[in-house]
Design a binder for this molecule. Structure first.
Ligand code: ASP
Length: 315
């Protein structure tokens, strides 16, 4: 059970809350394979998707997740909205609030923007990624993918490699995977690892040899150039040579280690293309599949006490 209005991050989620989401997602994941019709579950619930930043996987899977549960979905048209006329976020929040939505799914390039909106609206808000702050559903789907593939989601050693500094995925995964009882090591060049990150309870390594020793899960991150203002890297070729995950570096990890990437991937920069496609080790497409079930579980759990859901059951 999720006794909260919003899902803004994983930092304040308890182990029980995380497990309740991934357990329900497991059920949805099995039902999706069997084509079970769940479109009555969120019938009458209005879901608005607001993506102020580009997205493929997250936006589409929130849309499909809502459709599979029967929500009325409105995709907020950013290009033609008053946002392009300079409307402030708070004015937008109060405008949306007046239309009585039940769930807002929001992605925004500024850290903290989603929380700001959530404080101004009565309905549930789901953070679909805010700046370099948090991306909770990505971390939850990563946890479920690991559990599906390795059979457990505690007591593992997990390396998060690459551009940690600009990654909301890294932060949400650190909080979530640590709460579940795993050891986390972040691996990357000094320029891409925030100073003081050890205070989050993670180990730090600056080369892949030290970084991947004894590791069960290798999570590779994209170089987030859109958030870099220069000076972080000498060249992409050199980056791939030192930090790009390839067959040789993978040998440092445990023999059964799995490979993850939140997407979108830059093949030949942070990961070798053949390794990304190696179905024996890479779970990258599984992550996308599981993402749908996680988003269904979150939409469902956040609206469990909603009066419209009771009405729907009585109909
Ligand atoms: N899709 C993830 C995000 O939105 C990771 C990435 O963009 O590299 O943060």
């Amino acid at each position: 059970m999720l006794n909260r209005k919003d899902l803004l991050g994983t930092a304040d989620l308890s182990k029980e809350e995380i497990l309740s989401i991934i357990d329900l997602a497991e059920q949805y994941s099995n039902e999706n394979i069997k084509n079970v019709n769940n479109t009555r579950i969120l019938k009458n619930i209005t879901q608005i998707n607001l993506f102020f930043e580009n997205s493929t996987r997250t936006q589409v899977s929130f849309e499909i997740a809502g459709t599979k549960l029967g929500t009325n979905i409105v995709n907020f048209p950013l290009k033609t909205s008053s946002q392009s006329k300079g409307e402030t976020l708070l004015d937008l929040a109060s405008t949306l609030n007046s239309m009585f939505p039940d769930i807002l799914v929001i992605r925004h390039p500024k850290s903290g923007a989603v929380q700001l909106i959530s404080e101004k609206v009565k309905c549930s808000v789901i953070n679909a990624g805010d700046g370099n702050h948090e991306h909770p559903t990505q971390a939850l789907l990563d946890a479920q993918t690991i559990r599906k593939r390795l059979g457990r989601i505690s007591g593992l050693k997990i390396a998060i490699c690459g551009d940690i500094a600009h990654s909301r995925v890294a932060r949400s995964n650190i909080f979530c995977l640590k709460t579940l009882g795993n050891k986390i090591r972040v691996v990357g060049p000094k320029t891409l690892i925030p100073r003081g990150i050890e205070s989050l309870g993670v180990e730090v390594a600056h080369n892949m040899f030290d970084g991947l020793q004894d590791i069960d899960v290798v999570m590779v991150l994209r170089l987030q150039k859109e958030r870099m203002d220069g000076g972080f890297l000498s060249s992409e070729r050199e980056y791939f040579h030192h930090y790009g995950l390839d067959e040789k570096k993978m040998q440092y990890a445990n023999p059964n280690a799995i490979i993850m990437h939140p997407g979108p991937m830059n093949r030949g920069i942070e990961i070798d293309g053949d390794l990304a496609d190696d179905i024996n080790r890479s779970v990258i497409t599984k992550q996308v599949e599981v993402g749908l079930a996680i988003r269904m579980a979150v939409l469902d759990l956040l609206t469990r006490g909603h009066p419209l859901r009771k009405k729907c059951q009585e109909q």
